[in-house]
Structure formats: C-alpha cells, structure tokens
Design a binder for this molecule. Structure first.
Ligand SMILES: NC(=O)c1ccc[n+]([C@@H]2O[C@H](COP(=O)([O-])OP(=O)(O)OC[C@H]3O[C@@H](n4cnc5c(N)ncnc54)[C@H](OP(=O)(O)O)[C@@H]3O)[C@@H](O)[C@H]2O)c1
Length: 311
C-alpha cells in the first residue's frame, strides 16, 4: 500500500515504500533503457518519464523531437487526439523502431480520447482513428482526456475502453483531469479500475487529497505540466535547491515529482532540454529539501486546469 501523499518524506512508512518500490521497479520490464519503470495496477509496466508533445506540430519538428527523445533513452511518448500530432509521433516511433531494430513492446505510447468523442460507439471510432494515425496495432495506454460534462456518455466511454483493453487494442486504460468526485463516481461503475489519472502536479500544485485518493485506489498519478510550463523556473526556493545540488531548476522540479512515485511528462521540442530533462533522476533530494519544496503550494494551477481536485 502506498503511503499517504502527505506522510513526511523521512517517515518510516515512506522510506519502506521507497525501498520496496525501488526493488519492485528493478524486477520487471525495463524497456531496454536506463529510465525506471513502474508497475501499474493491471500488471503492465510504464516508463516513469515520458516526452510530452502538447502543442507540438504535426510536422518534422515533432518527428525530430520524438527521435531525439528515443535516442536519448526515453521510451514513452504522451500524445492525444486533441494535440493533432499523432501522425508525426507515429512516423518517428515507427522509423526509430526500424532503424534501431527495437521491438514495438520496448516503447510505450499513450493517446487520449477527446471530449467531443465521448459515448461508446464514438470512443471506439476515436480509438481506431488514433491507432490509424499512429500506424500502430495497439496503444500502451489510452486515457479519457477529461471527464467532460455528460456523465452518462463518460461512463459509456469507460465501458468502451474496458472492451478495447479486452480486445488488445490498448494495454492499459486510464483517465485524465478527473477530480475526486469523478474518480469516486467512476469507481462505482467500473469493472476495471483506471491505471492512471493524468493531472497537473508540480511543487506549486500538489493536489494532496486527490493524489491520496488515487494512491489509495491503486491509480498511478501521471504529472502533467511538471515544469509548470516553464513559468516557475525563476522561483527563488527552487533555484536555491538547484544551486545546492548543481542541477538546473527544471531538473529539481522533475526530480521532486519522480521522488513521489509519479510518472512525469516533461514537454520539449529542444534537443538539449530533452536530454537534460532525462538527466533529472540520477540524484536524490534530501528529505529536508523535499520538505522545503513541499511548502511551496497546493493548488496553483498554471494550466487553468479544466477540473480541480474536488470536482
Ligand atoms: N491531460 C491533459 O489535459 C494535459 C494537459 C497539459 C499537459 N499534458 C501533457 O503533459 C505534457 C507536459 O505539460 P506541458 O506541455 O503543459 O508543460 P511542461 O512540460 O511543464 O512545460 C513545457 C514548457 O517548458 C519548456 N521546457 C522544457 N524543458 C525545459 C528546460 N529544461 N528548461 C526550460 N524550459 C523547458 C518547453 O519549451 P520547449 O519545447 O521550447 O523546450 C515548454 O515551453 C504535455 O506535453 C502533455 O503531454 C496533458
């Protein structure tokens, strides 16, 4: 059982959890890269860091970024139908697999169902369209991008995801932007517990109650906008910690998130940043520094998140 999201970092509970998690993550699928992987509640493994591609164009620029990420050691790409770049991501992934002789199962590809496609039939159609655009036989993870307004359609969408998982069109299924009420409502209805909830999480937006609810139910947190969209890189606390470790502020933000056991999804189209973001996980923040960062904030959204924690 994961410790409470608000358990002190140096508590015996959290230390035991961290040790167990380290042993656990070494003991399963590694994706042939140095990036740690985490076990999901359905038994599948997920690489803990992904290249996010929000606002990346459906063009060579994104193909180059995805290729640079895979060359650097990323094995996980986080896209969405809404980002309208599934073709570019798919082209880059397929080309890279062929070039390097890497197996399809050694990369992890995520896409998301957009709000306009809720409902059983529409969801199946949207997933088929995403698969077609990627040029892949299956996705590793497919998420409901946001709960949207229509509860009945949302639940039908979840039923379609459960069927798609059974059919092998997608290995794992999950949600995004679900607040506590959405999660509780879905859990009453679902046959399959979502593997992840992808939400905005970084030191300025920690969402402790939502994270704790997800942890308790075995739903892994995927932290989006883990760099706070670059808006907090001048924060004095983050900079003081960065200076202490000889790291960049971005690396401190990413390390903090991973130290909580979250999957992190930094977005960059810049090769040097793609590389340095991946180098954020080879050091350990001391408990006192984690405590200092924990004091920074709880719900300061940089994305104007569609749905808050308690929704
Ligand atoms: N499910 C959802 O509703 C949802 C919502 C938001 C995001 N996401 C996912 O999460 C991913 C990341 O979130 P995000 O794109 O909102 O923001 P983010 O990753 O927090 O920040 C991205 C911004 O930071 C810059 N950046 C990246 N690395 C940097 C570094 N080392 N130093 C300085 N600046 C750096 C990037 O610029 P360059 O590209 O120019 O390097 C970009 O402007 C998305 O791409 C998407 O996959 C999901």
């Amino acid at each position: 059982m994961a410790p409470s999201a608000i358990a002190p970092e140096d508590s015996p509970e959290r230390q035991i959890f961290v040790r167990k998690a380290a042993v656990h993550s070494r003991s399963h699928r590694s994706f042939g890269s140095s990036v740690a992987s985490i076990r999901l509640n359905d038994g599948n493994s997920i690489p803990q860091v992904a290249l996010g591609v929000y606002k990346a164009p459906n063009s060579k620029e994104t193909e180059d970024a995805v290729t640079a990420a895979l060359d650097a050691g990323y094995r996980h790409i986080d896209s969405a139908a809404r980002y309208a770049n599934e073709e570019a991501c798919g082209r880059a992934v397929r080309r890279w697999l062929e070039k390097t002789g890497t197996r399809r199962e050694d990369v992890f590809i995520c896409s998301k169902l957009w709000d306009a496609d809720h409902g059983y039939e529409a969801t199946v159609k949207a997933l088929c369209s995403s698969l077609h655009k990627f040029g892949l036989d299956y996705l590793d993870l497919y998420l409901i991008h946001s709960p949207a307004e229509d509860e009945e359609k949302r639940l039908q969408s979840w039923r379609a995801l459960e069927t798609a998982q059974k059919l092998g069109m997608v290995k794992s299924i999950g949600v995004s932007n679900f607040g506590a009420a959405h999660i509780k409502n879905l859990l009453r209805y679902a046959t399959v517990v979502p593997a992840v909830n992808q939400v905005e999480v970084h030191p300025f937006c920690q969402r402790e109650a939502l994270v704790e609810l997800c942890n308790k139910n075995g739903i892994k947190i995927e932290a989006y906008s883990p760099l706070a969209r670059g808006n907090k890189l001048k924060d004095p606390t983050i900079n003081a910690v960065a200076q202490k470790y000889g790291k960049t502020p971005a690396q401190i933000l990413l390390n903090w998130n991973a130290s909580r056991g979250n999957v992190v999804l930094p977005k960059s189209l810049t090769a040097s940043r793609i590389q340095s973001n991946l180098e954020s996980f080879n050091f350990q923040l001391a408990a006192e520094d984690i405590q200092t960062i924990n004091a920074l904030g709880s719900e300061n959204y940089v994305t104007g998140s569609m749905h808050k924690s308690e929704d």
